[in-house]
Ligand binder design. Structure first.
Ligand code: SF4
Length: 485
């Protein structure tokens, strides 16, 4: 995509760009998305066309006669619904744009189909919000005073296509379906949870929520799908999960992959449906169930297709599967396979690094409790191989959201500062050349859940703090040393 795709995978391929899944609260993507959604709160309605916010000097748009404030209403006689139409309609030849300038109707001819930037800034798309009331919605279980944007309940197939955002398809109309198929908005990411319409409705807080017919229509229309099931004990686990897998497996390859994740529950669930998290034994049981289904899929289709979320593996204290088991990481942006991916990336970096640093360098990695053992192994591999390098790992307890939230991406700045201060006061040699925060704990603007930033944390503890950006070699050598090379 051109300028419409505001977000891309960074170097590591994981940070800051995973889909915001309100039912599966790991902030895997969507930092650019969150920014986009915030902008969209101020946007116009779809039927009003697309407003031009700015025109660059000497640009193609300016030469064509467009001005800031113009509203683009039709392209080659087809009404413009949103920015996607501008991407998909233009032909290679010059297009005719119908423009509304303060009530005056104009026609402007502009070359759009060659992919070059016309030199305009257009108003972002207005985001559609969800009409569900899921029993496990992450938005409903957040404390107050977190960073703006976290409470946005988005449900928009366009954002699913552009940003990999998960959607329930509740309220997805036949017109939406026609548009998705016509514009080839593929792949889309679907929160499935259960295939039984009544149970799915109960999970989503609506009367009935059939999903199979819509999935089939989308697949029939040539749209690739990725799905997720968030499992709540006593609701959609056990036989219900088995039924969902049995119903969904035959949809492969149209339904290209499926992630199964345990529900995330914070300590802010007062007045919400009482739900129970999963313990280690239950996680092991579910893992066995998923592995059993993987075997069936391999037999039938030669592919595992369904993948346990990393949280499930960590909860079950199971070994992290080999890279081959992730079959190209189709759900990496959903956090599935991140532990393996990190390990592989670290191993590659390790091969590139010299065996000694010129000076002693001490690094501290911040993480949540669930991934700390994996990170300890990686830290030990680096520290053992590279002379003058010492890496410590600090697992931070999540006071902000509660004990059961153990992923690194949902840590708040206050908790990190408190853990760092405690650690530094208990360790006489506790001074570090750099402290690294997990990549997915900040949004697009570098802000943590509770509005803290890496700089502010650094000021509190008197040490340089930065967010790990996926550059392992740069982190180990130090940015300055790396820049001087
Ligand atoms: S209530 Fe809406 S935003 Fe929340 S999990 Fe359900 S679909 Fe997502």
């Amino acid at each position: 995509m051109t300028q419409l795709v505001a977000y891309q995978l960074p170097k590591l391929g994981v940070a800051g760009s995973s889909p915001v899944s309100r039912s599966n609260p790991r902030p895997r993507r969507g930092f650019a998305l969150e920014a986009a959604l915030l902008k969209n709160q101020k946007s116009r309605t779809q039927s009003e066309g697309i407003k031009v916010l700015r025109i660059q000097k000497n640009s193609r748009a300016e030469r064509a006669g467009l001005r800031a404030g113009d509203v683009l209403s039709d392209l080659d006689s087809r009404p413009l619904e949103d920015l996607l139409d501008l991407k998909f309609y233009p032909s290679d030849s010059v297009s005719a744009l119908a423009v509304d300038r303060g009530g005056r109707k104009l026609k402007v001819r502009l070359q759009l189909g060659d992919g070059a930037d016309p030199g305009w800034e257009l108003e972002p798309m207005q985001m559609r919000t969800c009409h569900c009331n899921c029993i496990f919605c992450f938005v409903h279980q957040l404390p107050e005073d977190l960073r703006p944007g976290l409470s946005i309940k988005d449900e928009d197939y366009r954002f699913s296509f552009l940003f990999g955002n998960y959607l329930t398809l509740v309220g997805f109309t036949s017109r939406d379906l026609e548009r998705v198929v016509r514009m080839r908005l593929s792949p889309l990411y679907v929160s499935i949870h259960a295939t039984d319409p009544i149970l799915r409705g109960r999970l989503l807080g609506v009367k009935r929520a059939p999903i199979l017919p819509t999935l089939e229509k989308l697949i029939h229309g040539g749209i690739a799908l990725h799905g997720q099931i968030v499992v709540v004990r006593g609701w959609n686990d056990g036989e219900t999960l088995e039924k969902s897998l049995n119903d969904l497996g035959p949809l492969y390859p149209g339904l290209a992959s499926l992630a199964v994740a345990p529900v995330g529950l914070t300590r802010h669930r007062q007045r919400l449906t009482e739900l129970r998290g999963m313990n280690a034994e239950e996680a092991k049981e579910m893992l066995l169930q998923i592995e059993g289904f993987q075997e069936r899929m391999i037999n039938d289709f030669g592919r595992r297709w369904v993948y346990p979320a990393d949280e499930l593996l960590l909860l079950a204290q199971a070994p992290i599967p080999a890279e081959e088991a992730y079959e190209g990481y189709p759900q990496l942006e959903n956090g599935v396979g991140l532990c393996r991916y990190y390990s592989e990336q670290a191993e590659m970096a390790l091969k590139q690094l010299v065996l000694a640093l010129p000076e002693k360098r001490r690094i501290l990695w911040i993480t949540g409790s669930s991934a700390s053992a994996n990170l300890q192994n990686i830290a030990a591999a680096f520290s053992n191989k590279i002379r003058n390098l010492e890496i410590k790992v600090l697992a931070v307890h999540n006071e902000l959201l509660g004990d059961s939230v153990t992923v690194a991406g949902l840590l708040g700045g206050q908790d990190i500062v408190a853990a760092l201060q405690k650690y530094l006061s208990q360790n006489a040699d506790g001074s570090f050349d750099a402290v690294f925060l997990p990549p997915d704990c900040v949004n697009h603007d570098g802000v943590l859940l509770d509005d803290w930033t890496a700089d502010r944390i650094g000021q509190q503890i008197g040490m340089p703090v930065e967010v790990f950006d996926g550059d392992w070699v740069g982190m180990i050598r130090g940015r300055e040393a790396e820049a001087a090379r």
